[in-house]
Write a protein that binds this ligand. Structure first.
Ligand SMILES: NC(=O)C1=CN([C@@H]2O[C@H](COP(=O)(O)OP(=O)(O)OC[C@H]3O[C@@H](n4cnc5c(N)ncnc54)[C@H](O)[C@@H]3O)[C@@H](O)[C@H]2O)C=CC1
Ligand SMILES: O=C(O)CCCC(=O)C(=O)O
Length: 475
């Protein structure tokens, strides 16, 4: 799934200076250095000029995202995605309803991007790729589309959609699980997407390979950000974000099977690849998210007592080279952030996560552990059908519910659409469409708080469509 965003604003032939942000920190991986520069508030004309001419590459740090960076503190490193093609927005006024703090906290009198009757923001036409995939992916992705279509005009967004194929059914029909046209459309026309789920078989099928794993790698979506939270009325206050490395570890899928030399049977082995580069950038994103979440908590008056904390999860007591590199590098990266850094070996992490989930803020993990932890955490908040994710790269965001194709309930119109709706909101949040994201989060939370129209996984009797209707009417 992809989305391409075109500005309908003025077009200028001259490439202007990029619009200044209040704080902009440029990060260079090669040198591990951080350059900060403080610049002044841009005019809307400058913003529109820049949007109209920028390639979007290299200026990832220009947005509202950095509005609240504090002089003297290195609070910003690798961005959570700020494509210069995207329109910068004023911060969500409450600053309370984001999952990751990917949106900025508003400060009265300090709006970075002025919007109002005198300076109306230009409307955008956004083209989004929708990859429904298999099973319940086909039942929940339409809900995401409907939510985008139902967003009130006040948020100033318009959407076009392109349906793209991928998955096991696509493989059986066409011989390709991820057709070239899907990938090329995503790469060339889009900078974002919404993905449902695919139903990969648990046995090897010649020619088939998981398209979602391939997409994450081919689109360089190096982070999988998975917020797990309870709604406010729930006495159990769970509110954490699992930041999962998304491109390597055992997911490089370099496996082989061969006969044991001693004739004792077959041997299968797989490469677990961990790189310094990927570990550094994922830990940096975790640090960034922890800082942003803390600012949101402070602004909402809900939790200045809770320090921003990142828990590095690994198994370096056994895998001292691979997980050892992840652990060491993550510590180096996180030293750049004003956050408390903790470590937890992944097995006891599971134990503590189940025993005391309320104590976790941001967890950063290599690919496989991150996947396992987030499914476990989903059980703690009620259902896999509630937990969203965003696959995030430097120039592309793909929302994706954490669940799979759920063949046991497919075709019955009982899949919980909330994970996909939250993934849609999370995608908007990471694309700096904070206001639209906040509206969707608020509508979803209102449905869950009221607890009357819930899908069966949450103990309700409502059909998927009824849950969607109830949420959309709250928009
Ligand atoms: N990102 C993706 O495309 C993923 C795909 N899968 C694939 O999905 C297929 C099924 O895998 P499973 O292990 O069964 O995991 P699953 O996540 O599809 O289902 C696990 C359990 O959670 C329930 N569930 C999941 N989503 C739900 C929703 N929205 N509402 C209500 N209940 C929900 C299912 O009914 C099932 O009982 C496999 O082929 C697997 O490879 C699994 C995980 C992720
Ligand atoms: O079924 C598939 O094709 C891939 C399942 C992907 C997954 O579980 C993950 O997020 O790691």
């Amino acid at each position: 799934m992809t989305m391409a965003i075109r500005s309908v604003g003025d077009v200028h032939s001259r490439k202007p200076e990029p619009p200044p942000a209040r704080a902009s920190l440029l990060w260079s991986w090669q040198t591990h250095t951080i350059h900060s520069k403080w610049i002044t508030k841009p005019s809307l004309t400058q913003v529109k000029e820049y949007q109209a001419t920028s390639t979007g590459v290299g200026w990832l740090l220009l947005h509202i995202f950095f509005q609240n960076s504090t002089p003297g503190n290195i609070t910003t490193l690798q961005t959570l995605r700020s494509n210069a093609k995207h329109r910068p927005k004023s911060a969500h006024p409450s600053g309370q309803n984001g999952n990751c703090g990917a949106h900025a906290v508003s400060q009265p009198g300090k709006e970075l991007w002025p919007v109002g009757p005198d300076q109306p923001a230009p409307p955008l036409l956004q083209e989004r790729g929708l990859i429904a995939g298999d099973g319940i992916g086909r039942e929940v992705v339409p809900a995401g589309r409907r939510a985008l279509e139902a967003l009130p005009a006040s948020v100033g967004l318009k959407f076009d959609f392109v349906n793209l194929d991928a998955g096991f059914e696509t493989f059986e029909r066409t011989g390709a699980a991820l057709p070239n046209v899907t990938l090329e459309t995503l790469k060339t026309e889009c900078d974002g997407a919404l993905f449902g789920a695919v139903g990969s078989p648990t046995h090897a099928v010649k020619g088939y390979s998981s398209p979602i794993v391939a997409l994450r790698k081919k689109l360089s979506l190096y982070a999988n950000v998975r917020p797990v939270k309870t709604v406010r009325s729930n006495p159990r206050r769970i509110d954490m974000v699992i930041v999962r490395e998304n491109t390597e570890d055992l997911y490089v899928k370099e496996e082989r099977t061969f006969d044991a030399e001693d004739g004792s049977g077959k041997v299968a082995e797989a490469i677990k690849r961990i790189t310094e580069r990927a570990s550094f950038r994922i830990a940096s994103m975790a640090g960034e998210i922890a800082v942003r979440r803390h600012k949101v908590r402070q602004a909402s008056g809900a939790g200045s007592a809770r320090e921003p904390t990142v828990t590095i999860t690994h198994k370096s007591n056994v895998l001292s080279q691979t997980d050892g590199l992840f652990r060491t590098t993550a510590n180096v990266a996180l030293a750049n952030y004003p956050v408390t850094v903790e470590e937890q070996i992944v097995d006891s992490m599971v134990y503590k996560l189940f025993r005391q989930p309320e104590t976790y803020d941001v967890i950063v993990a290599p690919n496989l552990y991150g996947d396992l932890l987030s499914d476990g955490a989903a059980a703690l908040v009620g259902s896999l059908g509630l937990v969203p994710s965003a696959n995030v790269g430097d120039s592309f965001v793909m929302g994706e519910p954490c669940h799979g194709s759920a063949p046991d309930i497919m075709g019955q119109n009982i899949a919980n659409p909330v994970a996909t709706l939250r993934s849609t909101a999370l995608m908007l949040e990471f694309m700096n469409e904070e206001e639209a994201a906040a509206k969707l989060y608020t509508a979803i939370d209102a449905n869950l708080e009221e607890g009357k129209i819930l899908s069966p996984d949450l103990g309700g009797k409502a059909k998927t469509d009824e849950v969607v209707e109830d949420i959309l009417k709250r928009l």
